[in-house]
Design a protein. Structure first.
Length: 230
């Protein structure tokens, strides 16, 4: 399978790439800003199936350099995993317009732009997987300080439903995983001192299996994946 993943330099994304490239049947293109961390993943590589690009998703036009690089390295894509995320933890009254723009740019707009830019380069029966959050899952517990983060992840979930409907005719599936508590740096930033029941590697196993197989059973679904929400 040919797989593209954003947010690949840390946390769950790092673990997903590490596991995928240790299996010779996959070809992976990883995207993050931190080139050093992306390069460090090469030690897990099997049969030269790992490609990466240090790229800032704040860039406006992904068709100028990012997408051409993806296509040059791996060709058309079977799985796009929009995993990049940003968290700002502030009381509502302290949030700024920049906080809003930053959160929605990384957590929502980057997925929108990458899917749109890749539309001509998906293989038949491709699977788009957007990593949302239980904070953006309607009816779930909400927490002070995470209003814009949760709102951006909720918007990503709705965008996923809409993409799934619009891309049916192209035989492209789209689903979102609303992730609960996993022991990542992002969780520690949001909930200092909290110990999550799952490690990034454990969640990575679930995400990989879902990305490779979930579209055989569902489309346009928002799946809560959570033992607990802090």
């Amino acid at each position: 399978m040919k797989i593209v993943i954003t947010g690949a330099s840390q946390g769950i994304g790092y673990e997903v790439v590490k596991k995928l490239i240790s299996e010779k049947e996959h070809e992976v293109f990883a995207i993050a800003r931190n080139r050093k961390k992306l390069h460090s993943l090469k030690k897990y590589e099997c049969n030269a199936n790992y490609h990466f690009c240090a790229y800032d998703l704040y860039q406006e036009d992904y068709t100028k350099d990012l997408v051409p690089e993806i296509i040059k390295e791996i060709g058309n894509v079977d799985v796009l995993l929009n995993n990049a995320g940003l968290l700002v933890n502030k009381p509502f009254k302290e949030l700024t317009n920049k906080d809003f723009d930053d959160l929605f740019t990384i957590n929502l707009k980057s997925a929108f732009k990458l899917v749109r830019a890749m539309l001509s380069y998906f293989n038949t029966d491709a699977h788009i997987v957007n990593i949302s959050s239980m904070g953006g899952y309607q009816g779930s517990a909400k927490f002070p300080g995470l209003s814009l983060y949760s709102a951006s992840k909720g918007a990503l979930a709705v965008l996923t439903e809409c993409i799934a409907e619009e891309l049916k005719s192209q035989h492209i599936k789209a689903n979102a995983l609303a992730i609960g508590a996993v022991q990542t740096d992002m969780l520690s930033k949001a909930f200092p001192g909290y110990s999550a029941p799952l490690q990034p590697g454990e969640m990575a196993d679930f995400i990989i299996d879902f990305a490779l197989n979930g579209h055989r059973f569902m489309n346009g679904k928002i799946i809560p994946v959570s033992l607990t929400t802090p």
